[in-house]
Design a protein around this ligand. Structure first.
Ligand code: TNX
Length: 510
C-alpha cells in the first residue's frame, strides 16, 4: 500500500486498496446530498486555498451523502479513478470521511496558501471506519493563561483533524476568570487580571511573575461554539466551583469567607473558596444561566475539584448552612452545594459535569464524572452508576513532561511519554460489560500553568494528542510500532499545518 493510506492517524478500521488513483483538479466538482451541505462547505474552504480546486457544486467528482445503515459517526470512503464517494451515518461521519480525505492528499494541501500545483492524487482504495468511543475529548485551560480566540479556533481545528469531538473549556480558576457575565462587571474588570508578584519557585512550581489577563466576550464564546459545531466538536464549558474561585472572590469579596486579597498569582490550590451561602449560590446560578445561554450542549461543567474545607471550619456563614441543612460538618457542604447546582441545571434541561471529587458524599443522579486522580475514580464512578470520562493524570495530562531530559521546557508532573499516552485505555481492567458501557470515552487535559502561548501548547500537545486520538478512536488492540511507523508522514502534515510539536528526537533547547 502507498504512504498516505498507511500513515493515517487515527488508524482507520479497515482499508482495501485497488488499482489507479483519483486526481483532484481545478474542474473537480463536489456534490452534497441533503444533510451534508455544511460538511461540503467546510471541505471546500479547507482545500481551496492550498490546492486551487474550488470544488464547485456538480456531479462526477466528489460526492457526499448520508447512509442511515452506517454507525452514527462512521463513514465509508471510496476513492476510485472516476470519483470519490463519502458516505456517513450522520453529518459527523461524513465530516470524518472528509478529514481522512485531507490526510490522504499531499501535505501541501493542508497549507493556508498554494505553494504547489499538485498533482493532488489519491491512490484508489476503500476505507470503512468508525470510532470506538462517543467522547473523544481534550481539555484546554484558558484560565491559567488566556488564549486569544484565534488560538482557540486553531486548537479546535487541530483537534477535529484528529477526529476528536469534545472541547472541555476550563474557563475560570483561582488565577483568572475568562468570561463576561452580564450584570457582574467586576468579573471582567477585576477577576480577569492578575498582577506581578511571586517570582521564583516552590517545589516544581515555577511562577513567571508576569501580569496577565484577558477574557472572552459573549460574542467571542458564541464564535467558539459555532466554529466547533461546524467541526462536529461540542464545547463543554466549565466554571470551577466552589473551590478554584479566588479570582471571583477577589472581584466580589462577599462570595468568600473574609478573604480580601487579589486574584491569585501563584499556581497550586487556593484555600479561599466560596462561602456557599444564599448570595454565593445566587451568583453561581446567575453565572450558570448565562453559560447555558451561550453553550447549547447538554453538559455544563461546575468543576468541583480540589476544594479545601479549611475556611469552612471557622466561617459563620458555613456554620449557619451546616446547621440549617442538618449537615454533619464542613465536609458535607460541597456535596450539598453540588446537588443545588445539579437541580438548577436540571431545571434548564442540562446535566452537571464535574471532576471526580464530586463522588465524595454522593454525586447528584445523572451527573457525568471526569475521572482524573489516577485510574481508580473511573471504576468508582461507574460502580456508583455514573457515566464517566476517563482522563487519569498519570496517562493523559499533556502538561506533564514528555521525558526526563533536563531540557524539557515544562519539567512538571510525572513523565508521560508518547508511548505512555498511546498505551492509555479509557476502560480500566476489571469492569463488567454494563459498567464498561458507562465509560463514555477519554479526554486528554492541557493545563496551562506553564504554557503561556499557543506555541507552548503545541509543544506539549503534539504529537501526544495524535497518540491519544488513536486511543479513543481506534480499537483496544493497538500497536505502538505501527503508530511510530505512521507518525513521520503525519508530522509532515502537522508541519504543513504550522504546528510547533515536540520533535521525536528530543526537546528543543528553550
Ligand atoms: C490538577 S485536574 C488540577 C488542575 C491543575 C493540574 C495540573 C484537576 C481537576 N485539577 O487545577 O492545573 O492538576 O496538572
Amino acid at each position: 500500500m502507498n504512504e498516505p493510506v498507511t500513515s493515517l492517524i487515527p488508524l482507520p478500521r479497515a482499508v482495501t486498496s485497488s488499482a489507479g488513483a483519483f486526481r483532484l483538479e481545478t474542474a473537480t466538482s463536489l456534490s452534497a446530498d441533503p444533510g451534508t451541505e455544511a460538511v461540503s462547505g467546510w471541505l471546500r474552504a479547507a482545500l481551496g486555498p492550498a490546492t486551487g480546486c474550488l470544488l464547485s457544486p456538480g456531479e462526477g467528482g466528489i460526492r457526499m451523502r448520508l447512509d442511515p445503515d452506517l454507525p452514527a459517526e462512521g463513514y465509508l470512503l471510496d476513492v476510485a479513478p472516476a470519483g470519490v464517494h463519502i458516505a456517513g451515518g450522520s453529518a459527523a461521519g461524513v465530516f470524518y470521511g472528509a478529514q481522512t480525505l485531507r490526510q490522504l492528499l499531499p501535505p501541501a494541501a493542508l497549507r493556508g496558501a498554494a505553494i504547489s500545483a499538485g498533482p493532488w492524487e489519491i491512490p484508489a482504495h476503500r476505507i470503512a471506519d468508525e470510532p470506538r468511543f462517543a467522547w473523544r475529548g481534550v481539555l484546554l485551560d484558558v484560565a491559567r493563561h488566556f488564549m486569544p480566540v484565534s488560538d482557540v479556533l486553531r486548537f479546535i481545528d487541530l483537534a477535529a483533524f484528529h477526529k476528536l469531538n469534545v472541547l472541555h473549556l476550563h474557563l475560570t480558576d483561582d488565577q483568572g476568570w475568562r468570561i463576561e457575565v452580564p450584570g457582574l462587571p467586576r468579573l471582567t474588570e477585576v477577576a480577569s487580571w492578575r498582577s506581578t508578584s511571586m517570582l521564583g519557585s516552590r517545589g516544581h512550581e515555577r511562577y513567571d511573575g508576569r501580569p496577565h489577563g484577558g477574557y472572552y466576550t459573549t460574542d467571542d464564546l458564541r464564535e467558539i461554539v459555532a466554529f466547533a459545531a461546524a467541526r462536529h466538536i461540542t464545547v463543554v464549558p466549565e466554571v470551577d466551583m466552589p473551590g478554584h474561585m479566588q479570582a471571583a472572590i477577589a472581584a466580589y469579596p462577599e462570595l468568600g469567607n473574609g478573604f480580601a486579597g487579589p486574584v491569585r498569582t501563584a499556581w497550586g490550590i487556593s484555600e479561599h473558596v466560596l462561602n456557599v451561602g444564599p448570595a454565593a449560590l445566587d451568583f453561581c446560578r446567575a453565572v450558570l444561566d448565562h453559560v447555558c445561554d451561550v453553550f447549547p450542549g447538554e453538559l455544563i461543567g461546575i468543576g468541583g475539584d480540589e476544594c479545601p474545607t479549611t475556611e469552612w471550619r471557622d466561617s459563620p456563614s458555613a456554620r449557619e448552612r451546616i446547621s440549617a441543612e442538618g449537615l454533619a460538618g464542613p465536609h458535607e457542604l460541597q456535596p450539598w452545594f453540588t446537588a443545588r447546582l445539579a437541580e438548577h441545571l436540571a431545571s434548564r434541561g442540562r446535566r452537571l459535569f464535574g471532576w471526580d471529587e464530586i463522588l465524595a458524599g454522593g454525586a447528584p443522579p445523572g451527573a457525568v464524572v471526569a475521572a482524573w486522580r489516577g485510574r481508580e475514580p473511573t471504576t468508582h464512578a461507574v460502580r456508583a452508576g455514573h457515566q464517566v470520562v476517563a482522563c487519569p493524570d498519570i496517562a493523559v495530562y499533556l502538561d506533564y513532561r514528555q521525558s526526563d531530559d533536563p531540557g524539557e521546557p515544562t519539567p512538571v508532573g510525572t513523565r508521560l511519554t508518547l508511548a505512555d499516552v498511546f498505551a492509555f485505555d479509557p476502560v480500566p481492567a476489571g469492569l463488567s460489560v454494563s459498567e464498561a458501557a458507562l465509560v463514555l470515552g477519554g479526554q486528554a487535559n492541557v493545563w496551562t500553568e506553564h504554557l503561556e502561548s499557543a506555541r507552548r501548547v503545541d509543544y506539549q500537545a503534539f504529537p501526544r494528542l495524535c497518540a491519544f486520538a488513536e486511543t479513543v478512536w481506534g480499537p483496544p488492540e493497538r500497536d505502538f510500532a505501527g503508530f511510530s511507523a505512521r507518525l513521520p508522514a503525519h508530522l509532515a502534515r502537522l508541519d504543513a499545518l504550522g504546528v510547533g510539536y515536540r520533535p521525536l528526537t528530543g526537546p528543543r533547547p528553550w
